[in-house]
Write a protein that binds this ligand. Structure first.
Ligand code: PAF
Length: 284
């Protein structure tokens, strides 16, 4: 596994590999790696010749400075895990390397309504920050295929839009969410949960399953309300959203026609940690 910290070094190395005919898979991360990230590396290894993983905690996508300050950093362990997973190249840039002209680039990505709903509504500016960093990383790595986790459902849609806007010929693979045996979706943020809160947080998975098992054509509001109540009863202190949406457009569904592919999405706080999760709740 080779580590690069500067843009020209990784760029030149990848250019040589590309010229030699290698396809490049890219897994962007913010570190604090877990089995979910490693499943992205695994997919990349299966589908491309060279797997590049970046570790960069991007300051511009945190709307809450406290959240940025508390984001877990476990670099030594991350590198061991990536080496063991067979990752070929790790990119570990500094803030200055990613944003040579400063973080306020003034660049604005036209994400349309995706930017103002769900995560966009509760984390203003978040998706512009995600696009800013992913755009820059894609420029540097120029992968053939980009691997993203489905746990960040809306992020997958936003990055799909970013790639389309940029006109790049990059294939996207969205990799299914990995869960703990308890059902809790794997997330770097789980590291900040106490044992008790981690147990209680499994209510998100149960509430999504409840929606999936009880979704019927007609008005879905009571179903969503029950799921929301389940989270409160389990000890969640605040809920940003529990919603059922069109799986292709993310537009909220109030009355389900029994046909549209739907996804249920949750964002809620427990023990001061904000967790998100989602599940396709109509038959696929
Ligand atoms: O999903 C993440 O970890 C981040 O949003 C990403 C895509 C690495 C951009 O910083």
């Amino acid at each position: 596994m080779i580590l690069f910290k500067t843009t020209p070094d990784i760029h030149n190395h990848l250019e040589k590999l590309r010229t030699g005919g290698s396809s490049i898979g890219f897994v962007p991360t913010m570190g604090a790696l877990h089995a979910g990230h490693l499943s992205l590396v695994d997919q990349s290894k299966k589908n491309t010749n060279i797997t590049v993983c970046s570790i960069f905690v991007n300051p511009t996508q945190f709307n809450d400075p406290q959240d940025f300050a508390r984001y877990p950093v476990t670099l030594d362990q991350d590198l061991l895990l990536l080496e063991k997973a067979g990752c070929d190249i790790v990119f570990l840039p500094s803030v200055g390397e990613v944003y040579p002209n400063g973080t306020a680039t003034g660049e604005k990505f036209d994400l349309g309504y995706l930017e103002s709903i769900l995560e966009g509504k509760y984390r203003p500016g978040h998706f512009q920050g995600v696009c800013q960093v992913v755009h820059r990383l894609l420029e540097i790595v120029r992968p053939d295929t980009l691997f993203l986790g489905r746990k960040d459902y809306q992020q997958c849609m936003v990055i799909k839009k970013l790639v389309a806007l940029s006109g790049w010929n990059i294939a996207l693979q969205f990799v299914p969410t990995l869960r703990e045996p308890s059902g809790l979706a794997m997330s770097s943020r789980n590291m900040r949960l106490s044992g008790e809160d981690k147990e209680a947080a499994t209510a998100i998975y149960r509430s999504l399953l409840y929606i999936k098992q009880n979704l019927r054509p007609g008005v879905v509001i009571p179903l969503v309300e029950t799921a929301r109540q389940q989270l409160i009863n389990a000890g969640f202190s605040a809920i940003d959203y529990v919603t059922i949406a069109d799986a292709e457009t993310l537009e909220e569904i109030v009355t389900w026609n029994g046909k549209t592919k739907t996804v249920a999405l949750v964002a809620a706080f427990i023990g001061g940690v904000r967790l998100i999760d989602n599940m396709i709740v109509s038959s696929e």
